[in-house]
Design a protein around this ligand. Sequence first.
Ligand SMILES: [Zn+2]
Length: 430
Amino acid sequence: MDNNSLKEKISKLVEESQDRLIEICSRLINIPSVTGDELKVQLEVQKLMMEMNMETDFWIPDDREIRESSYFSENGESFQNRPVVVGILKGQNTGKGKSLLINGHVDVVTPEPLDKWKTNPFQAIIKEGKLYGRGASDMKGGLGMAMFCAELLTKKIGRNDGDITIVSVPAEENGGNGTAASLLRGYTKADGAIFPEPTSNQIQPAHRGAAFWRIYIDGKASHGGTKYKGISAVEKGIKIAQVLIELEKVRNETICSKEHFYKDYPLSAPVTLGIFNGGQFTSGQPEHCLLEGCIEYVPGEKSKDVIQSFEAAVKNACVGDEWLENHPPKIDWFGLLYEPSETPEDDAFIQMAKQSFEKVLKRTPVVNGFEAGTDMRLLRNNFGVPGFMFGAGDLAMAHAPNEFVDIAALIEGAKAMTMMMADWCGVFNI
Ligand SMILES: [Zn+2]
């Protein structure tokens, strides 16, 4: 079969098999799997992989071993009852195709606040062309789609030449230690990797880095009636907050908006002030103020440099302020810190993805950067595996009440991903 008939065949088969696509995604959505509670859904993933004739590898990472590895990011979590599952469709490996790794996470964020949901978040429901449920977009819809594509290709089209490996991980939403565990197990080699995060079917070969910060500011409490005897930690906090707003502006004008994959966004890399807390009493000068947030950065930047420039900006804000000079704010970096990562657009893997997409969907794909972080950095930055994010969900829907994935987008995404698999891995007997 020539390439022209193959794309027609893929298109037709995906449409004919859409019930199976919905079934796979629904089976994943129907099992609650908030980060920390991934056992049941991973058992279901293993079951699905067996239905797909995959060789499977199912294990629970060793807490001590993973903590000792350089890929681990410390967040106090344990892997007890939190397996990683890998499914492999071994290729013929004649050299005509390349290997592909799909990495998807099964953990989801809490569905709270529950009263904002119109449906049960852990029951897949179809309404007006949309599939609802926690994880529909981020990223059970994406992982389900990738599994569907691998099954469709190998059961209905032909035998793959390059290996197809699907790595289903827990623990992504709080830092990516599930993927770290898969690296320790040896799943580090592939000619290309796809992360089916919600990209609205855009091809996104880059993601940002991010770090969580906390700033503690001290003041001096006093009665409001004699406020001149005290120092307001909140007023000092406002001063620091303004410096952070300025830092975001300067960073975006001078560095972030120049980055290839992020140049077209209204804001290429945010500095988010998520929490501003201070004061004890309505008519009193506040003794303490706490600012907490996240700074994001683009590929090419390093966490340590970004941290340094952030700390320098806060320090500068204190110059000329006698109180702040003598009581400098304390900055803590906590919880989350990871590097950005990218695969150049001219890499053969990205070129293939663009061509496969265009061939089967008959339009040019949008190629840009993912507006958050993903586990791609672990494979890309440590092992050089080229990768990109691609999934049907919408990032705006991720972590939100009434999360859904558009079924038409899911079908389009499945056509494109099956074509990518066929083009990259090569298929026989078609
Ligand atoms: Zn995700």
